[in-house]
Design a protein. Structure first.
Length: 190
């Protein structure tokens, strides 16, 4: 009986050691290898851009990747649930890379105190002319090379209503998603 208790004691100590080793390995694996912080704030005034377009008689508005990054960071800092996650320190950085009709958002997260990771979320972009909005639909989430199930983060599509940012007499005719930025072709809303 005594040897059986000793055997189970050693087995339990071995199992705890294995769990600790796996936890340490996971910590070092998910640790960020790239620096992801908040993008530099750039003042982007769509109304000023529209006024300049009217003066230049050019119906195309171009937003660069840096401007989109800045707008996305401002959106996260103003919108729930992201604002409370930022306040709690669970989201500590954001960087977006454009690639035609997709965006790869690198979000630096701290799910547990002192454990950081970078989650890369790929969004598919859709332009809905009748609603005058861009919809970003999450398709894939990865931490390093591991694909994370979508329901772990409960990501929902992000809707960007362009009509609310423009005067009533202006409408967006088309949107061209490119790797260097987004081009909006504007027209009169008659």
């Amino acid at each position: 009986m005594r040897t059986l208790v000793r055997f189970f004691g050693k087995l339990l100590a071995f199992m705890i050691s294995i769990i600790i080793i796996i936890a340490i390995a996971a910590y070092f694996y998910i640790r960020p290898t790239e620096a992801v912080g908040w993008p530099q704030q750039i003042e982007v005034s769509l109304m000023d851009r529209v006024k300049g377009m009217v003066q230049d008689r050019a119906p195309v508005l171009h937003l660069k990747e840096e401007e989109i990054n800045s707008l996305a960071a401002a959106y996260m800092q103003e919108t729930e649930p992201y604002r409370s996650y930022i306040g709690e320190g669970k989201i500590t950085g954001l960087r977006m890379r454009l690639d035609q009709d997709t965006i790869e958002a690198s979000v630096k997260i701290e799910p547990v105190l002192m454990v950081q990771a970078v989650a890369k979320v790929t969004y598919r972009l859709e332009w809905h002319e009748d609603e005058q909005l861009i919809r970003a639909v999450p398709e894939l989430t990865k931490i390093k090379d591991l694909t994370v199930p979508q329901d772990w983060f409960a990501l929902k599509p992000i809707e960007i209503p362009l009509a609310s940012e423009l005067p009533a007499w202006v409408k967006v005719k088309s949107v061209d998603f490119g790797a260097d930025g987004w081009k909006f072709t504007l027209g009169l809303n008659l």
